[in-house]
Design a protein around this ligand. Structure first.
Ligand SMILES: NC(=O)C1=CN([C@@H]2O[C@H](COP(=O)(O)OP(=O)(O)OC[C@H]3O[C@@H](n4cnc5c(N)ncnc54)[C@H](OP(=O)(O)O)[C@@H]3O)[C@@H](O)[C@H]2O)C=CC1
Ligand SMILES: O=C(CO)COP(=O)(O)O
Ligand SMILES: [Zn+2]
Length: 353
C-alpha cells in the first residue's frame, strides 16, 4: 500500500512592492482574520512600520495591542504569550527584522494563533519560513514555528534599511548552494529524507540571486525586490521540506557555533556566507565552486574573510573543528575536522591568513 504523505503549510498571501505596508489591513481582511491583533515589533521597526500600521487599523475601529521586544529570547516569547492572553487578541503580526518575526511566530505556534509577517529588513530567510530561532542553552539552530499566513514586504522600507542587512540576506541565500550539497550527501550516505523539489527550489533561489548580483546595490528598491523574492522562495523550500535542510548545512553549523563562542560578532547571513566558502571547498576542492561563492559574496559587499566578519582566526578554527557536534545533522564535516584540516581549508580559501 502507498503510505507516503506530506502536509505543506505555505503563506496564503505574499505581497511585495513599493508602499505595500498600506495594504496590511486589506491583506489581513482577505485572510478573514477576525478580532484584535497583537503586533510584535522591536524599537526601530516600531517607528518605521508598526506605528503606521497601528494607525491604519485604528482607522477601521480595531485597536491593535503592541509589544516591543529588545532581544530574541524565550523570555521575550513568554512575554508575548502573556500579552496575547491578557489583551485577548486573536492573531499576531510580526513587524521587524528576524528577532521580532521569530518571536511572533514562536509565540503564535504556542498560542495556536494565526501569524502574519511584515519584514522591515531582508536579512535572512527566517522572515518567511516556518522556523524560529532563539538561543536555548548551547543550541542556536532553528526549531519548528508557525509559518506566516501572509507576508507583506514593503520594498521601500527594505531598501531604506541598513545595507548590511540586505547583504546578509543575500549571503544567506547564496549559502543555499552548500546547504543543498550537504542535504544530498546526507540523503546518499545516511538515507536522510530528501525532496528534489525543495532542493531544486532552494538552489534556484541562489542561482537567480547570483545571476542578478549586478542589480543588488545600496538603496535600490529593485535590489530589495530581487532579494525578497529569493528569501520568499527559500522560506517556501523549507516549508516544502518541513525542515531547514534546503537552506542549512555545515555552513549554518559553523555560524551557529560562532553565535555561541563569539556572540553578536556578525550578522547571521554574513557568517553563513563565509562558512559556505569553506564548505564548498570541502565538497569540491580546488576545482569546486568555492571561488564562485566567494566572488558572488564579494560582488554584493558581503564578507568573505574572518577579518571582515570581525572574528579572529583562532575562533574560526575552533568553530570549524567543533560545529559538527551541535546538531544531529549529517554534513560534509562528517564526524568532525581536525585542527590541521580546518587550518588548511580556512587558509586555502583565504578566510584566514
Ligand atoms: N528563523 C530563522 O530561520 C532565522 C532566525 N534568525 C534570527 O533572526 C535574528 C537576526 O535577524 P536580524 O534581522 O539580523 O535581527 P534584528 O531583528 O535584530 O534586526 C537587526 C537590526 O536591524 C534593525 N532594523 C530592522 N529593520 C530595520 C529598518 N527597516 N531600518 C533600520 N533598522 C532596522 C533592528 O533594529 P532594533 O535594534 O530596533 O530591533 C536591529 O538593530 C536573530 O534573533 C536570529 O536568531 C537568524 C537566522 C535564521
Ligand atoms: O538560517 C536558517 C536558514 O537560512 C535556519 O537554519 P537552522 O535550522 O540551521 O537555524
Ligand atoms: Zn540562514
Amino acid at each position: 500500500m502507498f503510505e507516503k504523505s506530506t502536509w505543506i503549510r505555505l503563506p496564503r498571501n505574499v505581497v511585495v512592492g513599493h508602499g505595500v505596508i498600506d495594504q496590511v489591513v486589506d491583506v489581513i481582511d482577505d485572510l478573514h482574520l477576525q478580532g484584535r491583533p497583537l503586533f510584535v515589533t522591536s524599537p526601530t521597526p516600531r517607528e518605521v512600520a508598526a506605528e503606521p500600521i497601528v494607525a491604519a487599523f485604528e482607522a477601521t475601529g480595531v485597536e491593535p495591542a503592541i509589544v516591543t521586544i529588545e532581544t530574541a529570547t524565550f523570555d521575550a516569547v513568554e512575554r508575548v504569550i502573556e500579552t496575547a492572553e491578557a489583551e485577548d487578541v486573536s492573531y499576531l503580526v510580526g513587524i521587524g527584522g528576524g528577532k521580532a518575526i521569530d518571536i511572533a511566530k514562536m509565540a503564535s505556534y504556542h498560542l495556536e494563533m494565526g501569524f502574519c509577517s511584515v519584514p522591515t529588513a531582508a536579512s535572512h530567510d527566517g522572515i518567511v519560513s516556518n522556523r524560529g530561532s532563539v538561543p536555548d542553552g548551547d543550541s542556536r539552530h532553528s526549531v519548528a514555528a508557525e509559518p506566516p499566513l501572509a507576508v507583506i514586504a514593503d520594498t521601500e522600507i527594505l531598501a531604506d534599511a541598513p545595507w548590511e542587512l540586505t547583504t546578509a540576506g543575500c549571503a544567506d541565500i547564496i549559502s543555499n548552494y552548500t546547504a543543498v550539497m550537504d542535504w544530498r550527501l546526507a540523503h546518499r550516505l545516511k538515507n536522510v529524507e530528501y525532496s528534489e523539489y525543495a532542493a531544486a527550489l532552494s538552489e534556484m533561489t541562489a542561482e537567480i540571486l547570483v545571476d542578478n548580483a549586478d542589480l543588488i546595490r545600496p538603496g535600490l528598491e529593485e535590489s530589495a525586490w530581487v532579494v525578497t523574492k529569493a528569501l520568499m522562495s527559500s522560506g517556501v523550500a523549507m516549508s516544502i521540506a518541513g525542515s531547514s535542510r534546503p537552506a542549512s548545512g555545515a555552513e549554518h553549523l559553523f555560524s551557529h557555533q560562532l553565535d555561541r563562542i563569539a556572540p553578536e560578532a556578525a550578522l547571521h547571513g554574513h557568517q553563513v556566507g563565509v562558512g559556505s566558502i569553506m564548505t564548498a571547498y570541502l565538497h569540491g576542492g580546488e576545482r569546486g565552486i568555492w571561488r564562485d561563492i566567494r566572488d558572488a559574496l564579494a560582488s554584493i559587499d558581503a564578507p568573505t574573510t574572518a577579518a571582515e566578519l570581525g572574528i579572529d582566526d583562532e575562533t574560526v578554527i575552533e568553530a570549524l573543528t567543533t560545529c559538527h557536534e551541535i546538531r544531529d545533522r549529517y554534513t560534509i564535516l562528517g564526524d568532525g575536522m581536525n585542527e590541521r584540516a580546518a587550518r588548511e581549508v580556512a587558509t586555502k580559501t583565504g578566510v584566514i591568513n
